[in-house]
Ligand binder design. Structure first.
Ligand code: FE2
Length: 198
């Protein structure tokens, strides 16, 4: 599989972003997740494609752009849809399924069709689960930074606490990822991007 370059991914973001503010928020977040996943990927003994991790991380939230309205407001109520919207964007752009999946399979610690049904989520009823080690690493790294106002970094304990309302099974799934990939050192990314930590 020929992967797009970082410049090509950035150009794609620029093309789909409805504003400079949205681009700054979403693309910066994607760069941060790429940095965190890269850091964790370097430390793991697991065999993984580091280029695929970088590109997957840089692309994973591209669907968020479709949730902005004309006034530049983000539709938080439909935020759950950003994964499938990103998958759709990448498919329309001609990207292979393996890349599209980084968008649709990174939400929380994975969504099952049971989650979709019981939580009444506004996405097609299906499993959205990170399967490859690269997908799992991007999904896990994504939990450590949030596009809140202002954007913040989260410790592993804070990530686990955020998952608690979704049930013990989600916290357990996070704990398994934590044991598998370890915890990122957020000092360098906090310094580089200047966002605070909770
Ligand atoms: Fe994300």
């Amino acid at each position: 599989m020929i992967l797009p370059t970082v410049d090509e991914v950035r150009a794609l973001h620029e093309r789909h972003a409805p504003s400079h503010e949205a681009l700054d928020l979403v693309f910066t977040h994607c760069q941060i997740i790429s940095d965190i996943a890269g850091q964790l990927g370097k430390r793991t003994d697991l065999t993984l494609d580091t280029d695929l991790v970088r590109v997957g991380a840089l692309l994973h939230d591209i669907g968020v752009y479709r949730l902005y309205d004309q006034a530049g407001r983000l539709d938080h109520g439909n935020y759950i849809r950003h994964g499938v919207l990103g998958h759709e964007i990448l498919r329309q752009e001609g990207f292979p399924e393996r890349l599209c999946r980084f968008c649709s399979c990174h939400t929380g610690v994975g969504l099952t069709r049971h989650d979709v049904r019981t939580q009444g989520l506004a996405i097609p009823e299906a499993d959205y689960l990170a399967e490859t080690v690269e997908e799992q690493l991007v999904m896990y790294a994504d939990k450590f930074h949030s596009k809140t106002t202002p954007p913040t970094f989260l410790t592993a304990d804070a990530c686990a606490a955020h998952l608690k309302p979704f049930g013990a099974a989600k916290v357990h799934a996070f704990d398994l990822l934590r044991a598998r990939f370890g915890e990122p050192d957020l000092t360098s990314v906090t310094a580089r991007y200047g966002h605070t930590q909770t």
